[in-house]
Design a protein around this ligand. Structure first.
Ligand code: GRF
Length: 201
């Protein structure tokens, strides 16, 4: 089976990226992380990449203030790496439509709720868990989905459901959801690697 070349886009700590890196030796042994890109220069995710000798690139307002130029340069780099799949792992910048078009059906995202609930504009990071708790939800979880031109609206691939516990704070819930995310992102990339989940259509 030919290898799956991926790029991982991060904005923060990169724990989902780390979960993918940790799986490269076994579940993801036919996958190569060709590069990691962040819109934030100081994202710890870039440091995680560098530690594993993975090319790490900053594309943000600091070096590419013009969004169209930034997108063009990112696409050029990704094509040079012959990337098959883009994985958004805690990536908080909005991708230009031209980027989505260029990788139609080949961009996945991980979101810390059971979409379509608690997704879309304004629902990211702690805000998701605050809203879930405020609404008295009995369950929450994580979702992987294809990225389309909306925010968190693309076709759902997998979901992991967990109970919201009595006395949960946004922090304790976030921690349990994040553990599910790490499991789900690896499962999703693995099934794409093995053509159980098809991309590009
Ligand atoms: C996580 O809450 C994840 O749900 C969201 O971004 C946050 C940071 O993830 N996608 P990471 O630790 O940077 O992977």
């Amino acid at each position: 089976m030919e290898r799956l070349n991926i790029a991982v886009l991060v904005s923060g700590g990169g724990s989902n990226l780390q979960a993918i890196i940790d799986a490269l030796q076994d579940e993801l042994n036919q996958t190569s992380i060709k590069c990691v890109i962040s819109n934030r220069k100081e994202a710890f995710g870039l440091k995680r990449a560098e530690k594993y000798g993975i090319d790490a690139h900053y594309f943000g307002l600091g070096n590419f203030p013009d969004a169209k130029e930034r997108t063009r340069q990112m696409l050029q780099l990704l094509k040079r790496y012959n990337v098959d799949l883009i994985v958004l792992a805690g990536y908080l910048a909005i991708l230009e439509e031209s980027f989505i078009e260029a990788f139609k059906g080949r961009i996945i995202n991980i979101h810390p709720s059971l979409l379509p609930k608690y997704g879309g504009q304004g629902y990211y990071g702690a805000k998701v868990h605050e809203a879930v708790i405020a609404a008295g939800e009995k369950y929450s979880g994580a979702t992987t989905h294809f990225v389309d031109k909306g925010v968190d609206t693309g076709r759902i691939i997998y979901q992991a459901k967990i109970e919201v516990k009595e006395g949960d704070t946004p922090e304790t819930l976030a921690q349990r959801v994040l553990r599910e995310e790490h499991r789900l992102i690896v499962k999703t990339v693995k099934d794409i690697q093995e053509r159980v989940v098809l991309i590009g259509n």
